[in-house]
Design a binder for this molecule. Structure first.
Ligand SMILES: Cc1ncc(COP(=O)(O)O)c(C=O)c1O
Length: 429
């Protein structure tokens, strides 16, 4: 049991033992992690808050005016009526069209119609409901989004196993995954693939994707069922020559019945609409009966949990997908802003003068980049940066920090990295 859950239970034991007794195993195992959200809360008052998984500028949130404006365009029906558990049908069709446009190697017949989820976290949790039994193995990258642990480790009691995605020099490598897959002894695994990666901002190249997919295929050819869960939260935020389709597409095209590709994506980051809670789950399945059965089961899972999503949010996303002209420009402006910040970040972190202070992990996409800091404790640095320089960053573990350039104005990025360097030097001395 997680130490935080143990502490909560010990406190409850002292305070109200009956209440503890009443709890299910899940209730007892649950806790609120001291992760990004806690660190974000502590950085709220800083001048340079590079902790959060949103995108901001001096005026506040970065958003699309067209998406904001549409609230004047919805009919009462589009706001107040229940959405079905699977989401508004028109929205599902529009998202399917978008998926196919973004993934030219994919055909409609190869996939299910996307089902609308209460954004990506909900979709990931539904995957757990449908596919993860206690003790099943979930393979996570060593650099990973913390919530997978809560969803699969705590809620679903999976056995979490991590595979490295960087070598000792901070360079991306597929070798850790290839070795891990070759060593699999179980007859079923759940493999999480998240690119652009949170927290490092890395997306594989075409060749690297080929290597990953071949390794998955090799494993599946041994008769192992491989449920590949592709978390595409940051899809589309690519700044270099990488594989710009979803890795879900490459996996679906393998056509191996022992591979089940599942894609989670949505408006959260792609449309700069974090609070809308609109995401999608799509399966790489081509036979009509399987598609229907999976949809029925997903609808049952949603119906028995949050019943259905929020109609105003579904209608809003539908509206901009139906009226893409100005909306696409709004979104592209935001992506261009992030890309400009990415280039300045890149110039800063690879400066010769800083190489004794940190080692960057390869990055080429998304919201974030991560550094391994040298000779000091990452959490001590995080607190020092808040106290001395009013800068908020995230400590990922003892050695690594994450910086969200999505939340720092381009002109402020040099200052922020100079002060991070200064902070490391303060502590090294
Ligand atoms: C990798 C990754 N997946 C999923 C999510 C959650 O997305 P949503 O807000 O749509 O639930 C995040 C959010 O930070 C993320 O970084």
């Amino acid at each position: 049991m997680n130490p935080l859950a143990l502490t909560l239970n010990e406190q409850l034991m002292a305070q109200n033992p009956n209440l503890l007794d009443m709890m299910s195993d899940l209730g007892k195992n649950m806790y609120y992690p001291k992760g990004i959200l806690t660190q974000s809360a502590e950085a709220k008052a800083t001048d340079y808050n590079a902790t959060i998984g949103m995108a901001t500028n001096r005026d506040g949130m970065m958003y699309a005016d067209t998406l904001y404006d549409m609230f004047n365009h919805l009919s009462p029906e589009e706001v107040f009526a229940y959405a079905p558990p699977q989401g508004l049908e028109a929205l599902r069709d529009l998202w399917l069209k978008k998926v196919l446009a973004d993934n030219p190697d994919l055909q409609a017949a190869q996939i299910t119609r996307p089902i609308v989820t209460n954004a990506l976290t909900h979709g990931l949790s539904l995957v757990g409901d449908m596919f993860v039994n206690p003790g099943d193995t979930v393979l996570l990258p060593a650099h990973t989004w913390g919530n997978y642990n809560l969803i699969y480790g705590v809620r679903h009691q999976a056995n979490i196993q991590k595979y490295p995605i960087f070598d000792e020099n901070g360079h991306y490598t597929t070798q850790g995954l290839v070795d891990t897959l070759q060593a699999v002894k179980q007859d079923k695994i759940i493999l999480i693939l998240n690119y652009p990666n949170n927290p490092t901002g890395y997306t594989p190249t075409v060749d690297e994707v080929r290597t990953i997919v071949e390794a998955v295929d090799e494993l599946a050819k041994r008769g192992v069922n491989v449920i590949t869960v592709v978390d595409d939260a940051y899809f589309g935020l690519f700044y270099e020559d990488v594989y710009t389709q979803s890795i879900f597409t490459a996996l679906t095209n393998v056509n191996n019945p022992h591979i089940l590709p599942i894609r989670l994506d949505g408006a959260t980051k792609e449309f700069f609409a974090w609070g809308f809670r609109v995401g999608f789950i799509t399966f790489g399945l081509s036979d009509a009966a399987s598609k229907e059965i999976v949809e029925a089961k997903m609808k049952g899972l949603i119906r028995s949990n949050n019943s259905n999503g929020s109609t105003p949010s579904h209608s809003a996303v539908r509206y901009v997908l139906e009226n893409p002209e100005q909306f696409n420009k709004d979104i592209q402006d935001n992506i261009d802003t992030l890309e400009a910040r990415y280039h300045v970040t890149k110039e800063m972190v690879y400066k010769e003068a800083y190489q004794s202070l940190w080692q960057p992990y390869d990055f080429n996409s998304g919201y974030f980049m991560a550094l391994r800091v040298k000779g000091i404790d990452a959490e001590t640095l995080r607190k020092h940066l808040i106290d001395q320089y009013s800068i908020g960053i995230v400590a990922l573990n003892n050695t690594d920090i994450r910086i969200a350039f999505s939340c720092i104005e381009k002109d402020d990025i040099p200052y922020v990295f100079e002060k991070i360097a200064q902070g490391i030097q303060d502590l090294q001395n």
